[in-house]
Design a protein around this ligand. Structure first.
Ligand code: NDP
Ligand code: A1CAB
Length: 262
C-alpha cells in the first residue's frame, strides 16, 4: 500500500481483521513517521518511508495517496515498472486509468472507488478495469474490496459520477445526521438521545428500503399520515430545496473528480 492515511487505514484494518492477508505480508509506504508507528503497532504491518521497499516484491499495489501526490509517487512507480508486473489498484479520486497506465504501461491497472464505511465492512466499492486486466486480476480486486463491503463493476466513464455519489456520500449523510440531531436538540431532546435517534432512523430507513426493495417514495408515502407531522416536515424540506441541494452536491463532486483528473 502506498499512502497510509484515512482510506488506506480503513482498508488495511479490515484486510488484517478478516485475515485476507497476513499483517507481515502487507508493507505500507507512508512519509509521516507518526502514522507509520501507528499502523505498525495497531495492525502489525510493515511501515516504511521508502516506496521502493513496498514495490520491490509486491503482487498487488494499492495506491492510496491524494490525487495531488500522484506526481511524486509516479517517479517511484516508474522506477519499479521494469521489475515484474503487479496488479495496481488505484483509489485516487478523478485519476483516469490512462494516466496510471502511462506510468506503468505493462502493469494491469484497476481504478477503484471505495468509501469510508469500508472501515466497518459496510463499504461500497466500484471498480473499473483497465486494458490488460485479466479475470483473475478482477477476482483478486473483488476479493480485497468484498472484505470491506459491496463491490460493483462499471465502465470507467461512470467513475466520476460514482465518486460524487458513493465516494463522497458518507460526508453528505453525516451532515444530515448531525443536522437531524441538532433539530432534535432544538425541539428539546438531550444531545445524546437526539444523536441516537438520528443514527438509528437513518440506519433503519436504509435497512427497510433494502429489505423490502421499495422505491423510496413508497416509504415516504407510508410515513406521511394525512394532515400529520411528517408531511409538515417534508413541506419544510421541499421549501428549503433539499432535493436540489443533494442533486447538486453529487453533480458538483462528480465535476470536481473530473477536474482532479485534469
Ligand atoms: N477519504 C475517503 O473517504 C476516500 C478517499 N479516496 C481516495 O483515497 C486517497 C487517499 O485519501 P485519504 O486517505 O482521505 O487521504 P490522506 O491524506 O488521509 O492519506 C494519504 C496519505 O498518503 C501520504 N502520502 C503523501 N505522499 C506520499 C508518498 N509520496 N508516498 C506515500 N505516501 C504518501 C499522505 O501523507 P501526508 O499527509 O504527509 O501528505 C497521507 O498520509 C485519495 O486519492 C482519495 O481520493 C477514495 C475513496 C474515499
Ligand atoms: O473527498 C475526496 O476527494 C475523497 C474521494 C471520495 C471521498 N473522499
Amino acid at each position: 500500500m502506498i499512502g497510509g492515511g484515512v482510506m488506506g487505514e480503513a482498508l488495511l484494518s479490515r484486510l488484517v481483521a478478516e485475515q485476507v492477508f497476513e499483517p507481515g505480508a502487507i508493507t505500507v509506504g507512508e512519509p509521516q513517521a507518526e502514522r507509520r508507528t501507528t499502523l505498525a503497532h495497531q495492525y502489525g504491518v510493515v511501515a516504511t518511508a521508502d516506496n521502493q521497499q513496498v514495490l520491490s516484491q509486491a503482487e498487488v499495489v494499492l495506491l492510496a495517496v491524494k490525487p495531488q501526490n500522484l506526481a511524486a509517487v509516479a517517479a517511484d512507480l516508474e522506477q519499479a515498472a521494469s521489475h515484474g508486473s503487479p496488479l495496481l489498484l488505484s483509489i485516487l479520486a478523478g485519476i483516469p486509468l490512462s494516466n496510471l497506465q502511462a506510468i506503468v504501461p505493462n502493469w494491469p491497472v484497476i481504478r477503484a472507488m471505495p468509501n469510508t464505511p469500508a472501515t466497518v465492512g459496510a463499504g461500497m466499492t466500484v471498480l473499473a478495469p483497465g486494458q490488460g486486466v485479466q479475470p483473475h486480476h478482477l477476482a483478486q480486486a473483488r476479493r480485497i474490496f468484498q472484505t470491506v463491503g459491496q463491490v460493483l463493476e462499471v465502465p470507467e466513464s461512470l467513475m466520476d459520477a460514482v465518486t460524487g455519489l458513493s465516494g463522497s456520500g458518507p460526508g453528505y449523510v453525516a451532515i444530515m445526521i448531525e443536522a437531524l440531531a441538532d433539530g432534535g436538540v432544538a425541539a428539546g431532546l438531550p444531545r445524546t438521545v437526539a444523536l441516537q435517534l438520528a443514527l438509528q432512523t437513518v440506519r433503519g430507513t436504509a435497512e427497510l428500503l433494502l429489505a423490502k426493495e421499495w422505491h423510496p417514495a413508497m416509504l415516504k408515502d407510508r410515513v406521511t399520515s394525512p394532515g400529520g407531522t411528517t408531511i409538515a416536515g417534508i413541506a419544510q424540506l421541499e421549501q428549503a430545496g433539499i432535493r436540489s441541494a443533494l442533486i447538486e452536491a453529487v453533480r458538483t463532486a462528480a465535476q470536481r473528480s473530473r477536474d482532479l483528473g485534469g
